[in-house]
Write a protein that binds this ligand. Structure first.
Ligand code: HEM
Length: 134
């Protein structure tokens, strides 16, 4: 039980803390218009309430998209490990990953396209799911 609690606390604390910082940084430094829309949506859903329920979150579609885009731009967990259980041939190449090989999967690169890489990003998805350039 102690091990499980320690895992949950350590896995949950830094991830959410970093994520919150990145989102605040993006909103504060680049995107006053996006910041205003998030604020308006939170106010529209919660009104004067300070307690938030799961169903409130489902109504905050714009805010949810801003959160997802923040996680895409600033990947909190940049890499994960995966061990191949059998030989796998990579599609479109001659590369074969032998069974038993542990691979480092670069999430931080996979979720950015070639045009994005290396640039500073101010791109958000709007409430309708369309990509907006900031
Ligand atoms: C923005 C917040 C978070 C991000 C970006 C995040 C990201 C991730 C990622 C990418 C993994 C998969 C690692 C892998 O498969 O190798 C993972 C696993 C895990 N996360 Fe999170 N996480 C977040 C918040 C949390 C919170 C709040 C908790 C707990 C309260 C938590 C607990 C865990 C646990 C226990 C695992 C391991 C699951 C397993 O063994 O299959 N995470 N997380």
């Amino acid at each position: 039980m102690y091990e499980h609690l320690a895992t949950l606390l350590s896995a949950g604390h830094h991830t959410t803390a970093f994520f919150g910082c990145y989102m605040a940084y993006l909103l504060a430094s680049h995107l006053p218009e996006v910041q205003r829309k998030v604020k308006d949506e939170v106010k529209a859903v919660l009104g004067n309430r300070t307690d938030m329920q799961p169903e409130d979150g489902k109504k905050m579609t714009y805010t949810a998209n801003v959160m997802k885009e923040t996680l895409r731009l600033y990947t909190v967990i940049p890499f994960v490990n995966r061990t191949s259980v059998k030989d796998v041939k990579l599609r479109g190449s001659d590369v074969v990953i032998s069974g038993g090989t542990t691979c480092l999967v670069p999430l931080c690169l996979m979720i950015r396209d070639g045009v994005d890489r290396g640039r500073h990003h101010v791109r958000f998805v709007d409430a309708e799911g369309h990509v907006q350039e900031g």
